[in-house]
Design a binder for this molecule. Structure first.
Ligand code: ACO
Length: 335
């Protein structure tokens, strides 16, 4: 059984924060940020905006493009590391889309690799049988976990949602040619937003009495990042992963029409393109306008590229996500 991408959509919050705006909050400037990252502005949740409603808006647009009714969905995968419910946000999306058939919906947590993992998971569900229309959403609101006094991280992130509809098809139409997925927990120290220590450490004292119970309400620390290590990891692992996915697909790098990486840093994107010997005309980049939107960045950039007519039906896309975990992975797709 094959699977193909038949629709995409995206949504961003209304509030835009420019590099100049940030330079009024922390010791930075537009030149430093744009030269080191390529980012000029980002969107941030505010007021009554929330991540679930962005995800629903992106999902509706993808369903509309695919001409698929919400009642015909078999599965909704919400790829996010910033859910609005610790128990999972996908069922709320299912509810707000109004799917009367109660399709299975669950969250996938893999930071900036989440969308690629969601895409491969959708394909595995379809190929395993029983699922025909799978909605894959990538949505994150890292602005809620950023330390807005830390100039090393607050300049990087933005909030957004993107979605694609993956549909079962016959094997001749198959649009997922090869993939490659990895994780390395030993790199977690380089990038994390961990639960705060000593807030839930129940223990027995020397008399066997319980101390620290009941636990205090838990919370997570802001994003902690060693930018240089994450940069090195990305430029080392992403080209290898794409090469491995190409090998599994039996395709040369020259067959790639578009390189669509997780939008973290323009220098990472350029370094990967150079390693794969792909000219800049074949590279999709929109991080100047949105910054790093984590699991949303790939479907957001795909949606813009498809709707602007840049990416055309039948073209081959090499996509890759990478980030916290550490996690990374790539997929060779046909739009
Ligand atoms: N404005 C001005 N100066 C700054 C800023 C800023 N916003 N941030 C740091 N600096 C200063 C530092 O203090 C340092 O000063 P010093 O030399 O006096 O000590 C200098 O600039 C260089 O800082 P570095 O951190 O070494 O800068 P670097 O060139 O590594 O760039 C950056 C930092 C942009 C974060 C880069 O390392 C990067 O993009 N790494 C990848 C990060 C990434 O992609 N993370 C997300 C992964 S996705 C996910 O899963 C969430």
């Amino acid at each position: 059984k094959g699977c193909k991408l038949v629709g995409c959509g995206s949504a961003v919050p209304a509030l835009q924060i420019s590099n100049d705006d940030l330079s009024k909050m922390v010791d930075t400037n537009d030149e430093w940020i744009s030269v080191r990252t390529g980012i000029r502005r980002r969107r941030v949740l505010s007021g009554k905006d929330n991540l679930t409603s962005l995800a629903v808006e992106a999902a509706r647009k993808a369903l509309e493009m695919a001409k698929v009714d919400p009642d015909d969905l078999d599965l909704i995968l919400m790829c996010t590391s910033t859910p609005e419910d610790l128990f999972g946000s996908a069922p709320q999306i299912q509810k707000q889309l109004g799917c009367k058939t109660n399709p299975l919906s669950y969250d996938i947590t893999a930071a900036c690799s989440g969308f690629v993992l969601g895409l491969i998971s959708a394909a595995c569900h379809i190929r395993g049988g029983g699922f025909n229309n799978v909605l894959v959403i990538g949505a994150d609101a890292l602005s809620r976990y950023v330390d807005w006094t830390d100039r090393g991280t607050c300049i990087l992130f933005g909030d957004a949602a993107g979605a694609v509809l993956v549909q079962a098809c016959n094997s001749e139409e198959d649009g997922l040619f090869g993939f490659d997925l990895h994780s390395d927990g030993s790199g977690q120290r380089h990038l994390n937003a961990s639960i705060k220590e000593n807030e839930s450490n129940n223990a027995l004292d020397s008399n066997g009495s319980v101390v620290g119970f009941p636990p205090k309400q838990s919370s997570y620390s802001c994003i902690q990042m060693n930018g240089k290590e994450v940069f090195r990891f990305a430029v080392r692992c992403v080209p290898q992963s794409i090469e491995s996915a190409l090998q599994k697909a039996g395709l040369p790098a020259s067959s790639i029409d578009w390189l669509l990486l997780h939008q973290a840093n323009q220098r990472i994107i350029d370094a990967v393109a150079t390693r794969l010997e792909l000219p800049s005309e074949r590279v999709i980049s929109n991080l100047a306008n949105y910054g790093n939107t984590s699991a949303a960045s790939i479907p957001l950039a795909l949606d813009e590229a498809v709707r602007s007519g840049k990416v055309k039906a039948g073209q081959t896309i090499a996509t890759a996500g990478f980030g916290a975990g550490l996690t990374w992975g790539s997929a060779i797709l046909r739009w």
